[in-house]
Design a protein around this ligand. Structure first.
Ligand SMILES: [Zn+2]
Length: 455
């Protein structure tokens, strides 16, 4: 029996989580105990011997909160790919091709972040918005500037979000505008290493809630020397790494034309890949690429809505899941406009269904799509929680002992949002699928990160 004084608080109620890909567990009227460090000390179900005594003692100690009927505890959501400085651009210019979108909207906006007041306003807003949408872990691209990127890391600490933050690196004069490019490789590397060390030693970051991420924007933005030097930093400090990978025809062709390699081969040769690498998109992968991603135990950030606008093709999500590649979901703000990972989970399903059925009415039904390529709602929710956490090598996403308590309470009773549950005929699976399809910010009543309530 766990001593009551070793418990910070406990929750009793109905819970969902997906410890195993493609499956879900419904814990009815379960008890979850959070220790003084914000980690899960135990999860008991009513049939466990410890359940009744633990509940009674914690209630007596004033440490028990009972969820009401219609409230559900879920793991916090993981956003593997979000451009924080592009938040003011969300929903703009999405009818442009990627190159024009970057040059006309994105680069001028990202360059504004030398204005620290502007950075403070946007970064405060985007981190709080993601938290309110249930995103307890976020992986952020910032801009090329060190100081505002440190401000983003500090903001994540201040609002209590688990975050992985990167100062963007881009130095290729042929692809990056003069006004938004590293002054020199030497300065960029000095600033990047300083950023890494400054984030590790941020005040209040002793538990490592915020991690620095090495962030080459993508192959066209970086010279080979830059990629190699960033790879050395990844190895030196055993860091997370995030980048865009084979996102579109143009990006894939650029790597082949310039280097005769795929993006994965280029990143691997530069020493950038490890078990904490987040490869956003990863649409045009060869069989060899997939094997290499698995060998490095790297992970993919699947951004289905953004893919609809910029990828030129459909994600091979079904095949990657079946191959056991680590895969989670990303909002890709502002390549897609929604800050909700529930929305990304829904889009992952609908995207896969379009792919399965096909689109060309002139073809026969049997020739129109890719049979067997659908992704289930439960698989999508697994990617949104456990899968994303695995990509980051982060102990979240599952309600089990020693995992960090990052969680949200979904309210389905209130007359808010579009989510409605009919207890007479909605099974637990129905309820979870309805949450994935219909949950809005208004339904997210409480959010905890590392045991601390932040919403
Ligand atoms: Zn992106």
């Amino acid at each position: 029996m766990i001593a009551t004084n070793a418990i910070q608080f406990a929750l009793q109620g109905d819970m969902f989580h997906c410890p195993i890909k493609g499956e879900f567990e419904y814990l009815s009227d379960a008890l979850i105990l959070i220790d003084l460090n914000g980690n899960i000390a135990a999860t008991y179900q009513p049939f466990d011997a410890e359940y009744a005594l633990a509940r009674d003692e914690l209630k007596l100690a004033g440490k028990l909160t009972e969820l009401t009927k219609g409230q559900y505890l879920l793991p916090g959501l993981v956003d593997l790919h979000c451009h924080a400085p592009q938040w003011p651009q969300a929903g703009k210019g999405l009818d442009l091709p990627l190159y024009d979108w970057l040059q006309n909207y994105t680069f001028p906006l990202e360059n504004r972040y030398t204005d620290l007041d502007f950075a403070k306003e946007v970064y405060g807003d985007v981190t709080k918005t993601l938290l309110a949408n249930g995103t307890t872990s976020a992986v952020y691209f910032a801009s090329i500037h060190r100081e505002p990127t440190e401000l983003l890391a500090q903001t994540c600490l201040d609002v209590g979000q688990r975050a992985f933050v990167g100062k963007v690196n881009m130095d290729n004069a042929e692809q990056c505008p003069d006004y938004y490019r590293e002054a020199s490789i030497e300065k960029a590397l000095y600033e990047t290493e300083l950023f890494v060390n400054n984030v590790f030693s941020l005040k209040g970051n002793d538990s490592g809630l915020v991690s620095p991420v090495i962030t080459p924007r993508f192959v066209p933005s970086c010279t080979p020397t830059m990629l190699n030097k960033l790879g050395e930093l990844v190895q030196k400090y055993d860091l997370h790494m995030q980048t865009h990978c084979s996102e579109s025809d143009w990006a894939r062709d650029y790597s082949q034309t310039q280097f005769g390699k795929t993006d994965i081969e280029i990143y691997a040769d530069a020493g950038l890949l490890n078990n904490k690498s987040v490869l956003a998109h990863s649409i045009f992968l060869t069989e060899k690429d997939v094997e290499m991603i698995k060998r490095y135990n790297a992970g993919i950030g699947h951004c289905p809505l953004s893919n609809m606008f910029f990828a030129n093709a459909a994600m091979q999500t079904r095949e990657l899941l079946d191959h056991g590649v680590q895969i989670g979901l990303g909002s890709d703000i502002a390549g897609a406009p929604s800050p909700s990972i529930f929305r990304a989970a829904f889009d992952a399903v609908s995207h896969s269904r379009v792919r399965e059925e096909g689109v060309d009415v002139k073809l026969s039904a049997s020739d129109r799509g890719t049979a067997g390529s659908r992704v289930s709602f439960i698989e999508a929710f697994w990617m949104a929680t456990t899968g994303g956490a695995q990509v980051l090598d982060s102990k979240t996403g599952v309600f089990a002992k020693h995992y960090h308590f990052d969680a949200i309470v979904l309210e389905t009773n209130k007359d808010v949002g579009n989510l409605r549950i009919w207890p007479d005929f909605d099974t637990p699976k129905d309820i979870l699928e309805k949450i994935i399809c219909l949950a809005q910010k208004e339904n997210i009543k409480r959010v905890w990160v590392q045991g601390k309530q932040v919403v």
